[in-house]
Ligand binder design. Structure first.
Ligand code: ZN
Length: 143
């Protein structure tokens, strides 16, 4: 389910807490957001691993780097033979060739993964953004 305007799409993956499976028959919950939102420059997904559950695959990519953002819980990441802990707020960039996997700790692990073609970013905040002449309702009273 999503709503959209000319230049935006809004969807709701639900409360992070509800991504937790209600039963162990469904210990891994993953929602891809790209199609739902009409993303054209990246893919994004939200994953919930139940306590102690590993990701389903050990994998790498052909062209895409991935940014993992830990929303909740904790766990271990594996990249190219290195293993390191992640906690809420950890952000991990993995290059395409990085062979990766993760496993949830005792409280489970919720991560957002944003995947985009490596080297495709040609400008960001200060190079690509520009100030626009519009007034959201919360600025309208400020003259
Ligand atoms: Zn991947």
């Amino acid at each position: 389910m999503s709503t959209q305007g000319t230049n935006y799409t809004v969807a709701n993956a639900g409360p992070v807490a509800e991504l937790q499976p209600g039963n162990l028959a469904e210990p891994d919950v993953k929602q891809f957001l790209g199609e739902n939102l009409g993303l054209t420059g990246c893919e994004a997904s939200i994953t919930r691993l139940a306590p102690g559950m590993p990701s389903k695959f050990v994998h790498a990519h052909k062209r895409n780097e991935e940014l993992y953002i830990v929303l909740r819980g904790s766990g271990l990441f594996y990249v190219d033979g290195d293993e390191f802990p992640v906690v809420e707020g950890s952000v991990v960039r993995v290059a395409p060739d990085g062979v990766r996997a993760m496993v949830a700790g005792d409280a489970g692990l919720n991560v957002i993964c944003i995947q985009t073609e490596t080297g495709s970013l040609t400008g960001a905040t200060h190079e690509d953004g520009y100030l626009a002449d519009a007034k959201p309702s919360w600025l309208a009273q400020q003259g």
